[in-house]
Design a binder for this molecule. Structure first.
Ligand SMILES: N[C@@H](CCC(=O)N[C@@H](CS)C(=O)NCC(=O)O)C(=O)O
Length: 207
């Protein structure tokens, strides 16, 4: 398998999972601004032009973080990184994964792109603050979920934790206040120490 990534981007989630699985894989760094990688034009590899992109074991391309994570976890059911398909537990899990993807991951997009999106410089700060406050309502949910269980989908680490870790890592460097969410802060610190997280971050040059 081959994972196309950009350091610290959402592609860090499948990178962590590949480490967690002990999988054999290659990781290729993508320059998202230039849409290039060591193999040349990244748009030719993934016409969507974004990471993560995974070349699966059959040589085909798979995109979309939430789907790649499920694909990887299903490759090695014995690792227990996802509930079994067809169970209610799996649908509950997908509910959480989609919340992370659509509310948190994409909820951060305005923070990364505020300068590009706003023409009026005075509006930028206001736009960022309202984005942070909206994210805060979502973090409140996460904090509540983590007050009932150690990992986001239950008693064990799953691929949803790898995804959520990446988002909480963004919260650090985008200066989103996480102090009101102590369970979530402690969870982030626990995940930060996890060997798979450390290995993937080191491989991406984030340490
Ligand atoms: N819908 C995609 C979005 C992936 C995405 O937002 N990737 C970002 C990095 S976190 C990216 O590559 N952005 C560059 C671009 O869109 O040009 C998914 O869920 O995987």
């Amino acid at each position: 398998m081959k994972l196309y990534f950009s350091p610290g981007a959402c592609s860090l989630a499948p990178h962590i999972v590949l480490e967690e699985m002990g999988a054999k894989y290659d990781a290729v760094k993508v320059d998202l601004a230039k849409k290039t990688c060591e193999e040349g034009d990244f748009n030719k590899i993934n016409p969507k032009g974004y990471v993560p992109a995974l070349i699966m074991e059959n040589g085909q391309l798979l995109t979309e973080d939430a789907v790649i994570l499920q694909y990887l976890a299903d490759l090695k059911p014995e690792a227990g990184l996802i509930p079994a398909t067809g169970t209610l537990e799996r649908y509950r899990f997908m509910e959480t994964l989609h919340f992370i993807s659509t509310e948190l991951h994409k909820g951060f997009s305005p923070l990364f792109g505020a300068e590009r999106m706003m023409q009026n410089p005075e509006g930028i700060e206001q736009f960022k603050n309202s984005t942070k406050s909206r994210l805060g309502t979502r973090f409140e949910m996460i904090n509540h979920m983590l007050s009932e269980k150690p990992y986001i989908a239950g008693e064990k680490f799953t691929v949803a934790d790898a995804y959520l870790f990446v988002i909480l890592n963004w919260a650090q460097f985008m200066k989103v206040d996480t102090k009101p969410f102590p369970k979530m802060q402690a969870y982030y610190q626990t995940l930060l120490k996890r060997p798979s997280v450390q290995k993937a971050m080191t491989a991406e040059g984030l340490q």
